[in-house]
Design a protein around this ligand. Structure first.
Ligand SMILES: CC(C)(COP(=O)(O)OP(=O)(O)OC[C@H]1O[C@@H](n2cnc3c(N)ncnc32)[C@H](O)[C@@H]1OP(=O)(O)O)[C@@H](O)C(=O)NCCC(=O)NCCS
Length: 148
């Protein structure tokens, strides 16, 4: 990846930029309350020229984490940056002792499903009506490739 892109832990000052990306990226964006404890979980931002252009949040117990939220700003999508942010932070999780990663993704979100499959996630089930606005099923995916 081009050295002008970097990843670091999210800080409170990043929240405004994160929320703006969130509003653009999702039909049912997180509320302010959902973001309130963000910097207490494993939250990372993708930076270009000191600007936040993406984020990913992990949460869970020591050996098992879930990806709670993940987006790249729309004008930076399709350039390999989502894959960069995902794989770099998956490695950070591994270094911290994580053995399993879980996530849910909208059935219709083929872009994200393709990316997750590309980096080694497997689809293991469906949660009916998991999402609202619009109501939709979630695909449950797991990554258990760390020890392979
Ligand atoms: C999903 C998302 C994070 C991917 O980030 P991105 O920077 O656009 O993706 P990348 O350029 O790194 O692409 C990596 C892989 O994703 C998949 N992908 C990306 N764009 C795609 C598209 N338009 N169609 C199909 N697959 C696509 C491909 O597998 C691609 O690998 P390839 O280029 O070798 O084919 C980004 O599109 C996004 O923020 N979407 C809106 C929010 C969202 O849906 N988040 C996920 C919620 S679970």
């Amino acid at each position: 990846m081009d050295a002008s892109y970097s990843i670091r832990l999210a800080k409170d000052e990043d929240l405004d930029s994160i929320k703006k990306i969130e509003q653009e990226a999702f039909s049912d964006p997180w509320s302010d309350e959902a973001f309130a404890n963000l910097t207490n979980s494993w939250s990372f931002v993708l930076i270009k020229d000191e600007e936040v252009i993406g984020y990913i949040f992990y949460y869970g117990v020591k050996e098992e984490k879930s990806i709670l939220n993940f987006a790249v700003r729309s004008d930076f999508q399709g350039m390999g940056l989502g894959e960069f942010l995902l794989t770099e932070t998956m490695q950070i999780m591994h270094n911290d002792g994580v053995k399993l990663l879980f996530l849910e993704v909208r059935v219709s979100n083929f872009k994200a499903r393709n990316l997750y499959k590309k980096v080694g996630f497997q689809e293991i089930g469906i949660r009916k009506n998991y999402y609202r606005i619009p109501e939709e099923d979630a695909v449950v995916m797991v990554y258990n490739g760390y020890d392979l």
